[in-house]
Each structure stands twice: as structure tokens, then as C-alpha cells.
Design a protein around this ligand. Sequence first.
Ligand SMILES: CC(C)(COP(=O)(O)OP(=O)(O)OC[C@H]1O[C@@H](n2cnc3c(N)ncnc32)[C@H](O)[C@@H]1OP(=O)(O)O)[C@@H](O)C(=O)NCCC(=O)NCCS
Length: 194
Amino acid sequence: MTALRKPQVALISKAAPFAIRAERAADVAMREALLDACFGENRHGRTCQRLRDGRAPAAGLALSAMREGKLVGTVRLWHVSAGGRPALVLGPLAVDPACRELGIGAALMHQALAAARARGHAAVILLGDAPYYARFGFSAEKTGALSLPGPFERERLLGLEFQAGALDDAAGMIVPTGATLPKRRAARLHAHAA
Ligand SMILES: CC(C)(COP(=O)(O)OP(=O)(O)OC[C@H]1O[C@@H](n2cnc3c(N)ncnc32)[C@H](O)[C@@H]1OP(=O)(O)O)[C@@H](O)C(=O)NCCC(=O)NCCS
């Protein structure tokens, strides 16, 4: 009887549902802790961070995955100019290591991309593993002439067009264009990151 009960408990716990919703101010500490766990505390030195420093994410495009009252996944998108073309950069995407392979990453991606498309954005760019992001339609087909403000692996720079031709002939530096955070808030975030 005991032998049977144990796996049942594990199964029920693994199957706990999750929900994706807009990120809230109360999520920030949990989100930052999750990102530290997934990318390490030196993550603030990564090249893509240069596109996010002191900026707010694009409106409606910061999502949290919640499971049993805990934040277990996050994704955000940011306004950029991709060599002069308006686009969004997606990242970071992260899922709690204890909750992976449950479809939470895919759900965050599908919801974020649907929201970005619905808001009329033309294209999304990211730096990530092509074998993972190909399933959402990302490829390096149109990102070959784009660059980032720091070192990056060329084969990891991927794009997805919502509007056909949005990234045609896109060339040059990807730079942030989103709303800047008020100085006090940016300083607080910086202090938190240090
Ligand atoms: C990548 C990540 C978000 C996926 O989250 P997840 O909730 O486990 O993803 P899903 O459950 O939706 O999908 C799991 C599938 O993705 C695959 N996968 C996960 N990471 C992968 C990678 N780097 N390359 C290729 N496939 C990958 C799994 O093998 C699994 O494949 P299957 O569907 O064929 O079984 C998660 O592993 C993570 O947070 N990783 C650390 C942070 C990171 O690398 N983020 C992405 C770069 S910004």
C-alpha cells in the first residue's frame, strides 16, 4: 500500500497546474531570484542585458508563470531598433529547474508571441539555442547582418517576423528604444543587481 502511495503523490505534485499572467510588481523579487538561479549572478554582464539596462519592458509583454502561488517562469520583451527596423528583443526566458519539461516554457513563449503579434509588433529577435526556439518559428535566416552591443555567438542570434519582410535586409547594430525607467527606479534595480 505504502509503495503504491508514494508515486501517486509525486505524480499529483508534478501535475499541479500553472497559469500565465501579466507580471506584477510583487513578482519582481521572485523573478530576480529565479533569473539568478538560472543564469548565475553575473548575468547582468551578458550582452543582451545592454538592451535592457534602465529600460522598461514593452507594454503588456512581461509575463509570469505561477504554480501553487510561486513564480516558476518568466519572459519579457523589449523595444529595439534592429539596424533601423523596429522590433522586439525577447529575453530572458527562464523556468524554475524543478518545473521544467512541463510545457511552461512553451506556454510562456506562445502567450508572449501571441500578445506581441496582437499588439501589432512586426518582428521579434532573441539570442538563444536554435534547437529550442525553432519550434516557435525562430531562425537565423534574416539576422546575419545584425549585431549586438557586445560579444555574442552569431548562430544564436535568431529572428521571427510577424509581418512578412519586417527583417528583410536588416543590418547593423541592435539598440534599445524602450521607455527609460525613472532614474531612482533604475538605480534601485542596479543596486539590487550588484
Ligand atoms: C529553456 C527553458 C526555458 C525551457 O523551459 P521548459 O518549461 O522546460 O520548456 P518546455 O517544457 O516548454 O519544453 C521542453 C522541451 O524543450 C527542450 N529544450 C529545453 N531546452 C532546450 C535547449 N536548450 N535546446 C533544445 N531543446 C531544449 C526539451 O528537451 C523539451 O523537449 P521535448 O518537448 O521534445 O521533450 C528552460 O530549460 C530554462 O529556463 N533554461 C535555463 C534558461 C535558458 O536557457 N533560457 C533560454 C535562453 S534565454
